[in-house]
Ligand binder design. Structure first.
Ligand code: ADP
Length: 536
């Protein structure tokens, strides 16, 4: 049903006028028994009903009609506008004033309630957006959430955000570039032309044709004072995203059916655009912080590398040179064994440095396959046998389950050997080392536990940084501080992790987790007794 310009549908108008007519006829039939107050009350009820249902205009119209009917049919002499008793004038006037005031009050109460409801919905939407933005795991996800909310809230087909750094701000940057440059709104019209919001005397003020557009653009940035809009043929609307008076990007909303906003929707859009601006700013800040962090890492790596080269490479070289000189000047050739050992150390160090640079360049390509924990632990114990010496080693594998994972065997072996060698280096020789393997959900978790000094809380993350050795590390234990960072890098390359945990009862637990997979049991009958070959 079509709405009348004055409010309410045509049907409502006809219905309420019919109610008034029916009431008039009804009361006429019992006029002799009615008091003037009854008539006034009856009419007042209809006026209130009409105002509540269809707004102020109908309420006032019904009041006027009731006024006439009251006069013509219920105040003597009947059927003429003349009123015999001057007191009746008072009754009629009181009726009219009461009706008008009641209609007016009802209208105001309704309008306030409507506005409150709309505000509540608006606040609700903004709160949702705020929550989504804050709970988004990263800046890009937050921005995507904001864009989705704007699209649904404003009811457009498309909503895009352009970030300042990604926009060509030159003359070839198009309308988006113009909006970024000038910090003012613009619109694309269905006839293929564009319109820019006029600025305070800037070049855009002279841009022709600002006489358009969206309903309620006064509240859009740059539109203050522009001529009110009259057409709805806007296909896309571009808004500058401004944070602390800086244009950080552009929001573009587009709809094939045309973008037409009520004053309220325009206000909401501006509020939402502010969220988008904050989202863009967050992305920018995160990137800046990441860049600064990357630079800091490169810088600290560079100085650590310099120190390593000057200390860890020079010390063995000095020893080699000294012993070579001794041997040359007649010392026992048996001393040359030291040269060999130092050369081995140098070789290992150079190997570690190369591995580290490969990891940092992202050049480690793991050869992932299904492998069992039994095989990995067995091979690692063999490889670390020299370092472990006479020490007691406890192997703790589940007795009735064959654990398997998807990982690169060689790289995982290096990680595990490194953890075993560290346990051998840092825990007293008379304490046992335990290697444990368990399945934990999607993970195959290997752990190397020792009963050594453990790592103080403040150092537990730093020991994984390249070249870092905590101040308390015994000076007689040789090392470069590269082992754990390489271990973590190799683990990460195959979607695994390495972390430190304090061992209950003292000592360290280095936990190496790899993606688990269900083991494919060998088909021979021997395996049916559930006794894994290498357990124990
Ligand atoms: P490195 O052993 O060459 O110093 P790592 O990267 O392997 O280098 O280890 C870094 C530091 O972590 C060591 O210097 C040591 O202080 C500490 N650390 C490693 N493993 C253990 C352990 N099992 N017990 C105590 N401290 C350890």
């Amino acid at each position: 049903m079509s709405r009348t310009p004055a409010g309410g549908t045509l049907r409502q108008w006809l219905a309420w006028l019919a109610v008034l007519a029916a009431l008039t006829v009804g009361m006429l039939s019992v006029r002799d028994r009615l008091d003037k107050a009854h008539v006034a009350l009856g009419f007042l009820l209809v006026v209130l009903g009409a105002s509540a249902a269809a707004g102020r205009a109908l309420g006032l119209t019904v009041a006027a009609a009731a006024f006439v009917a009251f006069n013509l049919f219920f105040l003597p002499p009947y059927h003429t506008p003349v009123i015999a008793d001057p007191l009746d004038w008072l009754v009629l006037l009181a009726f009219l004033v009461t009706s008008i005031v009641a209609a007016q009050l009802l209208y105001r109460a309704n309008a306030t309630a409507d506005a409150a409801l709309r505000r509540a919905a608006e606040v609700d939407r903004l709160a949702t957006l705020g929550a989504e933005t804050l709970s988004a795991p990263d800046a890009d996800a937050a921005l995507r959430a904001i864009v989705a909310v704007i699209r649904t809230t404003v009811g457009v087909d498309a909503c895009e955000v352009f970030r300042r750094g990604q926009v060509d701000e030159g003359p070839t940057g198009g309308l988006v570039g113009w909006v970024v440059r000038h910090g003012r709104s613009a619109a694309e019209l269905s006839d293929g032309t564009v319109r820019m919001a006029p600025g305070g005397g800037g070049p855009a003020a002279t841009t022709a044709g600002v006489d358009y557009v969206v309903h309620g653009p006064e509240s859009l940035p740059g539109w203050r004072g522009a001529r009110p809009p009259d057409t709805g043929d806007v296909r896309a609307l571009l808004l500058p995203l401004v944070v602390r008076e800086q244009t950080v990007g552009v929001l573009r909303i587009a709809s094939s059916a045309g973008v037409s906003l009520s004053a309220e929707a325009a206000r909401l859009l501006v509020a939402l655009a502010y969220y988008a601006a904050l989202g863009v700013e967050r992305v920018r800040l995160v990137e800046t912080a990441e860049r600064a962090e990357a630079e800091r890492r490169v810088e600290s790596l560079r100085s650590a590398l310099l120190m390593a080269v000057s200390h860890d490479l020079r010390t063995p070289l000095t020893t080699i040179k000294g012993i070579a000189h001794e041997v040359a000047t007649g010392a026992s050739p048996a001393r040359a064994a030291i040269i060999e050992a130092e050369a081995d150390r140098l070789n290992a160090l150079v190997g570690d440095l190369l591995d580290l640079s490969r990891i940092q360049a992202g050049a480690v390509s793991p050869n992932v396959a299904v492998n069992t924990a039994d095989e990995l632990v067995g091979a690692a114990l063999q490889r670390a046998a020299g370092a472990l010496g006479e020490r007691a080693v406890v192997v703790d594998l589940p007795p009735d389950e064959l654990l398997a994972g998807r990982f690169d065997f060689t790289q995982a072996l290096r990680v595990l050997v490194n953890l075993l060698e560290n346990a051998a280096k840092y825990a007293p020789a008379d304490t046992p080392v335990t290697v444990r393997a368990r399945r934990d959900g999607a993970w195959l978790v290997l752990a190397v536990l020792d009963e050594g000094p453990g790592v103080p809380e403040s150092e537990r993350e730093r020991i994984f940084e390249p070249f870092y050795r905590p101040p308390g590390t015994p000076p007689d234990v040789r090392g470069t501080g590269l082992g754990l960072s390489i271990a973590r890098g190799l683990a990460a390359a195959q979607q695994g992790t390495v972390r430190y945990e304090p061992r209950t009862g003292g000592g360290s637990a280095f936990v190496f987790a790899l993606p688990a997979t269900d083991a494919v049991l060998p088909e021979d009958d021997d395996s049916d007794d559930g006794e894994p070959a290498s357990a124990g």
